[in-house]
Design a protein around this ligand. Sequence first.
Ligand code: HEC
Length: 206
Amino acid sequence: MRYWLSFFFVLIVASLAVVGIAGFQGSKSRKPPIEIFPDMDRQPKLRPQAPNAFFTDGKSSRPLLVGTVARGSHYQDTPFNTGRLPSSTNFVAEMPVGLTAKLLARGKERYQISCVPCHGALADGNGITKKYGMAVVANLHDKRIVSMTDGEIFNTITSGKNLMGGYGANVTVEDRWAIIGYLRTLQLARLGLVNDVPAELRAGLK
Ligand code: HEC
């Protein structure tokens, strides 16, 4: 019993001490508040539109970079961006970028990074993931996919299809077209006939 009494006594004294020093919550005072956990009350930062000497133009807000697109806003409805004819759901038949050796080299590099793990270097669906149990990776030499429009393949890379996830977040728009260009050369190479090889090079075929 005694212990309880002294416990309550200590508790009351302690509470009074805290209220005496710190005051009631919300009570007004001219003195700065006691801060036990300042959290992030004060931090070095630049307020929008405020002047700042750090940049040569004296502004804290930086101008937007060329080509900046606001989150959630619609980007331009062009075949290059969507793989579809403008204001239509029809896929474009052919890629809207000019095929150059540079684009193909870029496409090869990007294909080998983003697609080879599943589709394999030859695009025949024999990537490393098959060994780990991903059984239904598409063979990109299937007649259906060879005759598919460039726009539809662009859409598959962007958003995925059935079991394949989309790679729009990882592969830039330009790189998607580059990959398609390279994929077409892989497909064409497989469909090639001896007669497609220049006569003077045929002797070197194995
Ligand atoms: C993580 C594995 C994976 C990666 C990486 C991957 N794919 Fe696929 N892809 C698949 C699978 C699985 C399918 C079969 C999907 C189905 O039909 O269920 C497929 C199907 C496809 C198809 C056929 C779609 C159709 O209409 O049937 C195309 C074209 C294709 N992929 C292109 C690509 C390209 C180009 C890349 C690289 C940018 C890529 N894929 C990267 C797994 C992958």
